[in-house]
Design a protein around this ligand. Structure first.
Ligand SMILES: [Zn+2]
Length: 295
């Protein structure tokens, strides 16, 4: 009698083990499937953070303190994020150059002097990279005068050279002189009733002026255009592509899924880092937008 019940028990254990093995196998295949979808079809998840001013006064939407920026760098270091440049991202898409794990891009708009004064020393301290989109005319103007006001000054060509030489700062195009609202034009937006031909001539002349300047100073031709105020239409996009820009930065909120499709490099979403916000929370909220991305 005892023998029979022991056999039954062993049989039951064996059946349970068999079911367990089947379940584990199916879970593992599921995980592999998800991983493959993520890595092959869906690509790499790249948050792009948008910064403007880093200074101690006037804190708000576009102004954070140096202390807050340093806390971002500490967070990124502790959480194993790797800062990359736009060129790294473009090389990944076009030439299969591998990206580090957890890539992230820190963008600084407008080429402000406080980026040089307050951000650059921290980049050296934590060995982090940024992408700086400059306004050519402002750099020209502030290269001529010796005005180092942290509130409004822009960087000079000498400061740009120094930052680029460190290998921690990449320069991109934010227009030569279109970062303004004037003559019925908002940023680089096409004017009402302006023909495509005239608009193309106008926009090309401005953007190429900065391309040439940057090439002359640092021997690098920007490959990314950052729309002033995030304003553009389909003609702007067509012209920017025709000029050879491989990527554009918008001000739309979200995180990007980058595949080997070059199309994914246009109209990149960003996360605006404002005063009193946690970068951790902002990245998580940005990740939520990935749910709505269509294949
Ligand atoms: Zn700007």
């Amino acid at each position: 009698m005892e023998n029979v019940s022991r056999h039954k028990r062993i049989a039951r254990v064996l059946v349970l083990l068999f079911i367990f093995a089947l379940l584990s196998a199916s879970i593992i295949t599921d995980v592999i499937d998800i991983y493959q979808v993520m890595s092959v079809q869906r690509g790499v998840c790249v948050p792009i953070i948008m910064y403007h001013h880093v200074k101690n006064t006037g804190l708000g939407k576009d102004v954070i303190s140096p202390y807050e920026f340093e806390s971002d760098l500490i967070y990124l270091t502790e959480n194993n994020y790797n800062t990359i440049t736009m060129t790294d991202l473009i090389n990944y898409v076009y030439y299969d150059v591998e990206l580090p794990e957890n890539p992230i891009i820190l963008t600084f708009d407008d080429g402000l002097y406080n980026t040089y004064k307050n951000v650059f020393p921290l980049l050296k301290k934590y060995n982090k990279k940024i992408v700086m989109s400059i306004i050519g005319k402002s750099v020209d103007d502030f290269s001529r005068v010796n005005d180092k006001n942290v509130s409004y000054a822009h960087v000079s060509w000498d400061e740009i050279k120094e930052m680029v030489d460190s290998g921690l700062v990449e320069i991109q195009n934010h227009s030569y002189n279109l970062h303004k609202i004037s003559n019925g034009r908002y940023g680089c937006y096409q004017k009402k009733n302006e023909s495509f031909i005239l608009y193309e001539e106008f926009l090309s002349r401005d953007l190429l002026t900065l391309q040439e300047k940057v090439k002359e100073v640092i021997n690098f031709e920007p490959n990314t255009f950052t729309y002033p105020y995030g304003r553009y239409n389909e003609n702007t996009d067509a012209i920017v592509r025709k000029l050879g820009f491989k990527a554009t930065l918008s001000v739309k909120f979200g995180v990007n899924l980058i595949t080997k499709d070059p199309e994914k490099l246009y109209d990149l979403k960003r996360i605006c880092r404002s005063h009193n916000q946690s970068i951790e929370k902002m990245i998580k909220e940005g990740m939520e937008t990935l749910k709505y991305i269509k294949e």
